[in-house]
Structures are given as C-alpha cells and as structure tokens.
Design a binder for this molecule. Structure first.
Ligand code: PRT
Ligand code: MG
Length: 219
C-alpha cells in the first residue's frame, strides 16, 4: 500500500475523453482537481490538488480491470464496459448519470430485422460487446455468429462484414450518416463509480468520504 505522510494514497482510474470530461466536475466538487489536463499531457499518472489522491489514465475498456486487480482503488466506467468485463471484485455504489447513451442492435435502413428474426434467420453480428451481445440474442432465441471488432462497428454492415451491429448510440447521428437504424434497445448506459472490494475494506476511512462526495455531487 502506498502512503503519503501516513495517509493511504487513493488511485482513481479514468479514461480520456467523455468519461474524464464529465467526471472532472464531480471530482472538483469532491475537492479533487488534476494538476495536468490528460487531453494535452502525455502523463498517465496525474497528481491532484489532494496529495493523497492520484488519477491514472487508461483505455475505457481497461478501467474495470485496473480496479478489479487493485491497481486502482476506484474507477469510472460505462455500464457497457462493466457488463462486458463481468464485474468480478468490483463494488458499484453510484450511478454517476454521466456519459449516457443506449446499447442497441442496428441494421442497414433497408433491412427487415423483425422479419429475419421471425423467420429464424442466422445473423452475422459485429460488435466489441461480444459477451453482452451473446447473452442478448441467446435470451431472445436468435441464432447469431458474432464477429469481434474493436471500433467503427458502423462500417461492418456497409462492407458486407455483418448483417447487424451491437453498438452505442447517443444522438443517432452516426447511424443516420451511415444509413443504419436502431431496431432494438439492449440496455440504457451511463457511467458508474466502481470500487475495488478489498480496497474498500482496507482503506474505508480514506475512500468513504470520496464516495460520499461523489454521491452528493450527483444528486
Ligand atoms: O474511443 P476509444 O476507442 O478510445 O475507447 P472507447 O470508445 O471505449 O471510449 P470512449 O471514451 O469513446 O467511450 C467511453 C464510454 O462513454 C463508453 O464506454 C460509454 O459508456 C460512454 N458513451 C456515451 C459513449 C457514447 N456515449 C457514444 N456515443 N461511447 C461511445 N459513443 C460512440 C458510439 O460508439 C458511436 O460510434 O459515439 C457514436 C454514436 O454517437 P451518436 O451521438 O452519433 O449517436
Ligand atoms: Mg470511442
């Protein structure tokens, strides 16, 4: 365990972009402000105005992993990435209600998805959310071949790689720009504060006030 003048150091994992941008005001309200801006700095460990609190910058999908193994005590992760990770070892005390969007099934505008499902067609589905997609289609009794992608899922149906995608939608502009339509909502998504379960037991005195400050900043 890391200490600063007798206080345990608290490490919070965040991803650059919308998660960082929308978490920063909540952190400010909790008295924690980064000393560098991750949008311009190349540092991956950021000191804050609280000498016992530091931020680490990781890929969005890696946040649950850092917290699961205790490399970070806390993190902020979308429900999409948490469901895909599985949530082992994580306590999820607060829905921060930021970075909101929806996880959906989308297909080309001209494709009759409901009819394909009724007819028992086997669908090729491209997604980075393989686990969530597999569970969703299994629960519906739809047969799918899943194709794992790491980004730009919208391209898959346009190039013949897949019949459908499972992806996040916010305004719907990206789907429209690529002549796709959402045909099914799998889940609403927002970012959650996550905590390593062991860290919460061992560092409760240090972590609980931060959780309380987050909770106050959200409500
Ligand atoms: O981008 P990178 O490859 O680095 O990683 P990432 O995509 O995992 O991270 P990031 O920062 O893009 O997303 C982090 C989290 O933000 C996600 O895990 C979600 O929980 C949340 N979030 C909220 C979103 C969106 N809204 C969103 N609109 N993540 C992605 N998008 C993308 C979506 O994938 C699609 O390509 O934006 C596009 C759709 O937006 P609209 O407004 O055109 O519908
Ligand atoms: Mg992205």
């Amino acid at each position: 365990m890391l200490f600063f003048r007798g206080l345990p150091v608290i490490t919070l994992a965040l991803s650059k972009g919308r998660i960082y941008d929308q978490t920063a005001p909540l952190l400010d309200a909790a008295g924690v402000t980064a000393r560098d801006d991750p949008a311009t700095s190349r540092k991956l460990i950021l000191a804050t105005t609280r000498p016992d609190v530091r931020l680490i910058i990781v890929r969005a999908a890696d946040v649950p992993t850092y917290v699961q193994y205790g490399a970070a005590d806390l993190g902020v992760a979308g429900k999409d990435t948490l469901d895909e990770h599985g949530g082992q070892g994580l306590y999820q005390p607060i829905d921060l209600q930021i970075a909101r969007c929806r996880l959906v099934v989308a297909v080309p505008e001209g494709f009759d998805y409901q009819r394909a499902v009724r007819q028992g067609a086997r669908l090729r589905v491209a997604t980075k959310y393989a686990r969530t997609a597999r569970e969703h289609f299994a629960a519906k009794g739809v047969h799918v071949d899943l194709i794992k992608l790491y980004g730009s899922m919208e391209l898959a149906p346009l190039t013949g790689l897949a019949d459908a995608i499972v992806d996040l939608v916010d305004t719907g502009n990206t789907l429209r720009a690529n002549r796709l339509k959402a045909v099914e909502e799998i889940a609403p998504v927002s970012a959650r504060l996550i905590v390593n379960q062991a860290a919460l037991r061992v560092k409760r005195a240090a972590i609980q006030p931060l959780l309380d400050a987050f909770a106050r900043a959200v409500s």
